[in-house]
Design a protein around this ligand. Structure first.
Ligand code: NDP
Length: 306
């Protein structure tokens, strides 16, 4: 039986792995379908302390993994599909069918990009609709694209796309950006980015062509409709927590985040860290901090059993 299983390999999971491994608990880390988490699809991270000139997300996450591995954390390339947290041992079933028994679990499964709830968006996802500019932006060199949303994610996507695309429309449903001031200032100063204020996507044009050729935009104040030509559409409207494998097993709040106090959930021996339990801060550094806390709590819990 394992002592500590860590689910997820974003900054929360990997920081928990570093702490648990360094304390000789040899944690088993389930890497998930997106090893390294959301940061691996981020460009320069400028606000993670210690990197004066910023660092790219992939390099940061690889360094965290190497650091955990150095202290003998064990990694499995698989995902957790279901869990039974009703008794002891706690069990996790993986996609491969393997069942893992453990004394404690740190859930650090993060969050996933939300897509607009429209049939055309679902049809064209992967065919012009994306939620990751760093993954797919290179397909849109010298052509116009659109980003929907007004927060930091949308701002980051728009700024990244503006480096290569001919024009970036940022479609925002209000008349003020939600993004942090520094990101908002950069967006507004970028000549390639045009913010369409008070606007929503009414429809994606020519869906039957199986590609994005343009968008019908609706001004929510005037109800006026207008078309823009774009060949790519990027979602930047937020994220939802990844809790599917824990459905019915653990307390979630009304937005689906795991309810945790100082990383402790309602189940003894089960801890949560990072974006899966955080709808306030959602930063790499706060995720790492909560991963540290979760590992220390898990270690304390295991020691209390002996
Ligand atoms: P946010 O919740 O901050 O922003 C979501 C944006 O999408 C808002 O502007 C919102 O509009 C808009 N939106 C939501 N739903 C819809 C919808 N159905 N239709 C149209 N627009 C919609 O999410 P983010 O992912 O941007 O950021 C989450 C957190 O992560 C924040 O704390 C942010 O600071 C942080 N972050 C930091 C980064 C950095 O520092 N580099 C990079 C990315 C994220 P409205 O404003 O009207 O609510």
């Amino acid at each position: 039986m394992e002592k500590i299983v860590i689910v997820g390999t974003g900054p929360a999971g990997l920081t928990a792995a570093i702490y648990a491994a360094r304390a000789d608990f040899e944690p088993l880390v389930i890497e998930g379908m997106q090893p390294g988490g959301q940061l691996t699809t981020t460009t320069d991270i400028e606000n993670y302390p210690g990197f004066v000139d910023g660092i790219d997300g992939f390099t940061l996450m690889q360094s965290m993994k190497d650091q955990a591995a150095r202290f003998n954390a064990k990694f499995i390339m698989d995902e957790v599909v279901s869990t039974d947290l009703s008794g002891s041992p706690l069990t996790l079933t993986l996609g491969s069918g393997d069942v893992i028994e453990t004394q404690s679990i740190i859930i650090a499964t993060g969050a996933t990009a939300i897509y607009l709830d429209m049939e055309s968006i679902r049809t064209l996802t992967g065919r012009g609709v994306s939620a990751c500019a760093t993954c797919d932006g290179a397909f849109y060199r010298d052509v116009p694209v659109a980003v929907v949303g007004g927060g930091d994610t949308a701002a980051e996507e728009a700024l990244f796309l503006a480096r290569m695309s001919s024009k970036v429309y940022m479609i925002h449903r209000r008349d003020k950006l939600r993004a942090s001031q520094i990101m908002a200032d950069r967006v507004l100063a970028n000549e390639k980015i045009e913010v369409l204020w008070d606007s929503v996507i009414d429809e994606v044009l020519d869906v039957e062509k199986n590609e994005v050729t343009g968008l019908r935009i609706k001004n929510v104040k005037t109800e006026e409709l207008s078309n823009i030509d774009v060949t790519g559409l990027f979602m930047g409207i937020g994220h939802k927590p990844n809790t599917g494998a824990f459905d019915g097993q653990i307390d979630l709040d009304d937005q689906g985040f795991i309810v945790a106090t100082n990383t402790k959930t309602n189940i003894a021996g089960v801890f949560a860290a990072g974006d899966v339990q955080d709808h306030t801060y959602k930063q790499a550094v706060t995720a790492a901090g909560s991963g540290c806390k979760a590992a220390l709590e898990a270690i304390g819990y295991l020691e209390s059993l002996t």
